[in-house]
Design a protein around this ligand. Structure first.
Ligand code: KG4
Ligand code: ZN
Length: 337
C-alpha cells in the first residue's frame, strides 16, 4: 500500500490506547482502561490515571503489534495525543511516543485529541466529506467543530461553559444512586420513563451561540430529588432519567444541526462516549434526515478514547505533508484545535 503505517498512542484521560492504521484501514486497536480504579471516586483521579498509563503502555503496544501481525520495523511514523487532557496522563503517552520514535528512527507527530475523535470516523465510513461538522460528546468534552480539513483546518464553533455532557450524565446518575460511569445506566433507565412527565431547563437554548451548559440542568435534577425526599413523595427514577436525557439530547442535536445549516455543511459526525446514547442517536437521525444531512456515528468502540483515532489523524497529518514534531514536543492540557 502507498499509505504509511502509523502507530497511534492515546493517554489523555483514563484509557491507554494504542492503534495501528494505514490510510483509512484499521489494523490494530488495543485499549487498557483504568476506569475500575476510578469508580469509587465517582470520577477520574489524575494521579491514578497516570500511574495506570505507565504500567499499561508497553504491554498495550506489544499486544497491538502482535494482534495486528505487524513487525515494529514496519512502522513508518508515531502519532501521539499532545492535548487536551490531564497533564500527567498526557506526559506518559508523549514520553513513550518519543522513545518509540527514537528507537525506531521514525518521525513523531503530536496531534489534537478532539480532532482524533473526528478522524476515527474515516476508519469506519471512509474519507470524510469536506467540510463537515463534528459534535464531540464525552466525559471530558462537549465541542462543536467545523472541520474544513482534518490535518490543517478545524475551527471550534462552541464548547460547554461548565460540565461536559458525559460529566452531566455521571453527576445526575450519582444523584440517582446509579453506578459510575452513569451514562449507560441513565440511557437504560430512561427507556421505561416518560420524558414529558417532568420538564427540566434547556441550558443555553436559543441563545444564538454554539456553546452548551449543563450545570443548571444538573442543579434542577438535584432540587427535584431533594424536594421529593423532603415531601416523602416517590421518586420515579425512569421519568427523571428520561426528562434529563431529553433536555441534553434536544440541545445537542438542535445546535449541531443548526451549525450544519448555517455553514452549508451536509455531513455531521457525532463522536465521544456519549455518542453511544440511544436517545441522542435517534433524535440526531431524525433531525438530520429532516434537514437532508448525512449523519455519521462511528461504532461505540471507536467513539470512546482509543489509539486508532490518534493513528487515523496521524495518517492525515503525514498525508498533508506537515513537518514532524520536535523530540522536545510538549503537552498542552487545553490544546486548541
Ligand atoms: O469518550 P469516553 O469513553 O471517555 C471520555 O470521557 O473521554 O466517554 C465517557 C462518558 C462517560 O461520561 C459516560 O457516562 C458517557 O460517556 N456514556 C454515555 C453512554 N455511554 C457512555 N452517556 C450517555 N449514554 C450512554 N449510552
Ligand atoms: Zn476523548
Amino acid at each position: 500500500s502507498e499509505h504509511p503505517l502509523i502507530l497511534g498512542i492515546e493517554t489523555s484521560c483514563d484509557e491507554t490506547g494504542v492503534g495501528l492504521v494505514r490510510g483509512c484501514e484499521l489494523l490494530g486497536d488495543e485499549v487498557a482502561s483504568s476506569v475500575d480504579q476510578h469508580a469509587r471516586f465517582g470520577g477520574v483521579v489524575p494521579e491514578v490515571a497516570s500511574r495506570a498509563h505507565l504500567e499499561a503502555m508497553i504491554p498495550t503496544v506489544r499486544r497491538t503489534l502482535d494482534s495486528a501481525g505487524v513487525e515494529k520495523d514496519d512502522i513508518d511514523a508515531v502519532a501521539v495525543t499532545a492535548g487536551p487532557g490531564l497533564a500527567g496522563a498526557l506526559l506518559v503517552g508523549v514520553s513513550a511516543a518519543k522513545a518509540y520514535a527514537m528507537a525506531l528512527g521514525k518521525p513523531l507527530y503530536g496531534v489534537n485529541h478532539l480532532v482524533g475523535h473526528v478522524a476515527v470516523d474515516q476508519l469506519e465510513h471512509g474519507p470524510l466529506p469536506k467540510p463537515a461538522i463534528a459534535l464531540l460528546v464525552s466525559g471530558g468534552h462537549t465541542s462543536l467543530l467545523l472541520v474544513n480539513d482534518l490535518a490543517t483546518d478545524v475551527v471550534s464553533l462552541g464548547d460547554t461553559v461548565d460540565d461536559a455532557a458525559g460529566e452531566a450524565y455521571d453527576k445526575v446518575a450519582r444523584l440517582l444512586e446509579l453506578p459510575y460511569p452513569g451514562g449507560p445506566h441513565i440511557d437504560r433507565a430512561a427507556r421505561s420513563g416518560s420524558a414529558s412527565a417532568l420538564r427540566f431547563p434547556r441550558g443555553k437554548w436559543g441563545d444564538g451561540t454554539y456553546d452548551f451548559s449543563f450545570s443548571g440542568l444538573k442543579t434542577a435534577v438535584a432540587r427535584h430529588v431533594e424536594e421529593a425526599d423532603r415531601s416523602g413523595s416517590p421518586l420515579v427514577l425512569a421519568d427523571i432519567a428520561a426528562a434529563f436525557q431529553d433536555s441534553v439530547v434536544d440541545v445537542l442535536t438542535r445546535k449541531a444541526v443548526d451549525a450544519c445549516v448555517e455553514n452549508g455543511v451536509r455531513t455531521l459526525v457525532i463522536s465521544g462516549g456519549v455518542a453511544a446514547n440511544s436517545a441522542l442517536r435517534a433524535l440526531a437521525e431524525q433531525r438530520c434526515a429532516e434537514a437532508g444531512i448525512e449523519l455519521r456515528v462511528p461504532r461505540p468502540r471507536l467513539c470512546t478514547d482509543n489509539g486508532a483515532m490518534i493513528a487515523a489523524l496521524g495518517s492525515e497529518v503525514v498525508a498533508a505533508g506537515l513537518p514532524p514534531s520536535p523530540l522536545d514536543l510538549g503537552t498542552d492540557t487545553s490544546l486548541p484545535v
